[in-house]
Design a protein around this ligand. Structure first.
Ligand SMILES: Nc1ncnc2c1ncn2[C@@H]1O[C@H](COP(=O)(O)OP(=O)(O)O)[C@@H](O)[C@H]1O
Ligand SMILES: [Mg+2]
Length: 364
């Protein structure tokens, strides 16, 4: 028997970021100190089936370090039985987008009573949902681009009124499915006559669509690591190679550039770090999140765009790079994330056990 911590590394998954997830998981596995951790690979295929232990290990070992060198595989299981059997001590979900980053895998871990890294169920679901996120930013008084919401039911019954509501904002507009990611289904609308087609494209991915005021902006990102208090990294900047940071820019070609740190004045960097922590708190995040901003070129204001509760973890990804620049090395980052997961689980258990005791035996 080894006393190493058994780390269930869950990767792959149904989303458009399947391959990125595998590459991220390879980086995580490579950075975990093997004297203290035993890596238990757990792979989900593109259709949502879990692979057996041998396949999962082979995918992790044999994939390359670029998304286009990832081994294709097929799972056969409804769920990895090692989770149910508690063959791991902590789960590290490295899944992006729906069915992983959105509270589903977190809910599974809760039901199985397993500690897991990162945001809880509700904050994972909220960060994945652009409408809910923005409502919470607004409730907390945090700046975010103005927006309108269009549902599929509204579009069917009162299309003219929906268009008029959206056009109260000025073009350019960004039209997005509320809960997706990877820029899939997103359009930049420069001409009002293109709005309807953009809404219909977004509705083909989700029942709820968000129409956002387009901002002439630089894109600034801050990595937040949970704790008491949470830590905000130095900011980084994404310089899109396309009209905006679209799917091709993110995954298909190398046109975009990541600047770490971002070239900002010290006061600007302070301001965006403060807002990152405020955004993290407003959405109830725990463990980790990458907080993305638009820096309005006209007035220098930072606007909260979105939070990613499971950011990319490849060796060149913004999240670990920014924390590295802030003095937290990649292995230390993993240690801290796992420690936070175990602490949260332990705390819950203590409170739950205390609640089972008769009142007379409770300490308070
Ligand atoms: N309101 C906006 N103003 C300007 N650019 C935007 C706006 N919203 C989105 N974008 C551009 O579209 C990209 C993708 O939008 P984002 O909301 O981050 O969706 P995703 O969750 O798919 O990453 C952003 O990185 C940015 O380049
Ligand atoms: Mg984004």
């Amino acid at each position: 028997m080894s006393d190493r911590l058994r780390v269930g590394l869950v990767f792959g998954g149904r989303s458009g970021e399947h391959e990125v997830s595998v590459v991220s998981a390879r980086s995580v596995a490579a950075a975990l100190d093997r004297d203290r951790h035993e890596v238990v690979p757990m792979a989900i295929d593109r259709a949502g089936r879990w692979a057996d232990a041998g396949t999962a290990a082979r995918v992790l070992e044999s994939s390359g370090d670029r998304p286009d060198r990832v081994l294709a595989f097929e799972g056969t299981l409804g769920l990895d039985p090692r989770l149910v059997e508690h063959a791991v001590d902590v789960v590290v979900p490295i899944l992006h987008g729906p069915f992983g980053e959105d509270g589903t895998v977190q809910g599974l871990c809760e039901m199985l009573d397993l500690p897991y890294v990162g945001c809880g169920v509700a904050s994972s679901a909220v960060t994945m949902d652009k409408v809910l996120s923005k409502k919470l930013f607004c409730a907390a008084g945090l700046p975010t681009p103005d927006f309108r919401v269009v549902t599929s039911a509204q579009w069917e019954s009162e299309r003219i009124r929906c268009e008029a509501r959206c056009l109260a904002l000025r073009v350019p507009l960004f039209v997005k499915p509320a809960r997706l990611g990877s820029s899939v289904g997103i359009s930049k609308v420069k001409d009002a006559t293109d709005l309807a087609a953009a809404i219909e494209l977004a509705l083909s991915y989700d029942d709820v669509v968000i129409v956002e005021q387009g901002i002439p902006a630089r894109e600034i990102e801050v990595a937040v690591l949970g704790g008491d208090p949470p830590l905000a990294s130095v900011p980084g900047e994404v310089v899109p190679g396309h009209e905006f940071y679209d799917y091709a820019d993110k995954y298909l070609d190398d046109a975009c550039r990541l600047l770490a740190p971002a070239p900002l004045e010290p006061a600007q960097a302070e301001e965006v770090r403060r807002l990152a922590l405020a955004g993290f708190a407003a959405l109830g995040c725990e463990g980790m999140a990458r907080v993305d901003f638009l820096l309005d070129r006209r007035d220098g204001r930072f606007l909260l765009s979105e939070l990613n509760s499971i950011p990319g973890f490849t060796s060149i990804s913004m999240y670990p790079r920014l924390l590295g620049l802030s003095g937290v090395s990649y292995p230390e980052l993993l240690d801290r994330l796992i420690a936070l997961a175990l602490a949260r689980h332990g705390r819950r258990r203590r409170f739950a056990e205390a609640a089972l005791k008769p009142l007379s035996e409770r300490s308070h």
